[in-house]
Design a protein around this ligand. Sequence first.
Ligand SMILES: [Zn+2]
Ligand SMILES: [Zn+2]
Length: 253
Amino acid sequence: MNRWYVRQHTKHGGIHPPRTSINRIGEFSSAMRRQEQRIHDKEILANYVQLKPGVLVIWDRRPHRVIELAERPVDLWGEEHEMRFATALEQWERGGKRGDQPEKATWDGRPYVFVLQPDGKPHEKPIHLIGPANHSWDVLPEHYAICAACGELPPCRHEIAEQEADRQAARADVLMDIPPGHCLGCGEFITARQQATRFPGPNLWRPDLPENSAVFHARQECSYEVDRYRRQWEARGGMKQQPSLFADQENAS
Ligand SMILES: [Zn+2]
Ligand SMILES: [Zn+2]
């Protein structure tokens, strides 16, 4: 469970030329804050790479090199993109016609062709993708980390699955350590003075404990777990059979 994860580092990429400034509405009243904002803007602008042949991007969790970028000619858009453009035009009209009217040739969402080559695999077929011109890409540096086992960029699918499995195992371990009579939400003892919510029937989270043992604090802090349990309990029939009958804990023989 003490795995170390390789950090992923990328920049943003797109087809438009790098911007030279960021349009902001309003300004800080302090001169030093304005100066800090300018420095911060420089950092944001430096985090952008304009796509061109040779740039490394992420597609399907793997590194690919851009081979070709091209506008899709307007007469070859196809029905799907025509419909998306019609929707954009409609939204512009309904939104009070703010800004310039969308034109097919310059519209942000116009279809664009991206041809990518799996990096380091010159014998594999290039991948032809079509997507909106304003698609935001993740750009990789020339020196990037890759999972030696599966060839994916970190975190690879295996690492994510392992992380999730570890998290679930940790949860299950802690849940299994909760002593009987303690809250199944927070794991702590429920004192005689505290309100509790008890669920009749088999204990769904701790099948090793006897019937009617699922109990939670009635306080706000533990309510999320109560709701989670209640949903599972209701899915299993809840109290439909005996709507008002509880097992009497006090007089159980
Ligand atoms: Zn892997
Ligand atoms: Zn609790």
